[in-house]
Write a protein that binds this ligand. Structure first.
Ligand SMILES: [Zn+2]
Length: 154
């Protein structure tokens, strides 16, 4: 199942992020699902719950799934939400700018990302929530291969 493999990757990335902070477990994660990623947020959440139980041993993990709008910017200055999302392919959306008809690269909305990991906080201050982007910007992109090289500028 597509969502299940993503869930497994997300949880693995969360565990690595927690390990970076000296923790061997975590109690909450926030995941962003792009509208153009072809991932069903509800299914992903279900899979995260199931995967957390079996792979992390966390049956009370707090899971937050957010959706992220697709957004693109064009060299001509146009930016916004492309209207051709429905027929875009998950890996290589073929989108064109409504102004100049150049090919658009999605800036957001085409991937699933681990946004933050909540780790246990003994001191009960505000350091429990941390940004996982730094730890996982290479490894947590569960959906897309590296698709952001700006070849379109040539
Ligand atoms: Zn344009």
């Amino acid at each position: 199942m597509h969502e299940f493999s993503i869930a497994t990757q997300v949880l693995e990335a969360a565990r690595e992020a927690a390990a970076d902070h000296g923790e061997d477990t975590f109690e909450g994660i926030t995941v962003s699902v792009g509208e153009a990623s072809h991932v069903n947020p509800d299914q992903l959440e279900t899979c995260l719950e199931a995967a957390a139980d079996s792979t992390v041993g966390e049956d009370d993990l707090t899971i937050t799934v957010e959706t992220e709008s697709a957004y693109a910017e064009c060299d001509c200055g146009w930016s916004g939400e492309p209207e051709t999302i429905d027929r875009a392919l998950a890996y290589a959306p073929d989108l064109t700018c409504p102004d100049c008809e150049d090919r658009l690269e999605l800036a957001t909305g085409n991937e699933c990302r681990l946004m933050s990991v909540t780790i246990p906080d003994e001191d009960d201050d505000d350091t429990g929530e941390m940004d996982a982007n730094g730890a996982g910007s290479d490894g947590t992109t569960a959906e897309s291969p590296t698709e952001n090289e700006a070849d379109a500028t040539n």
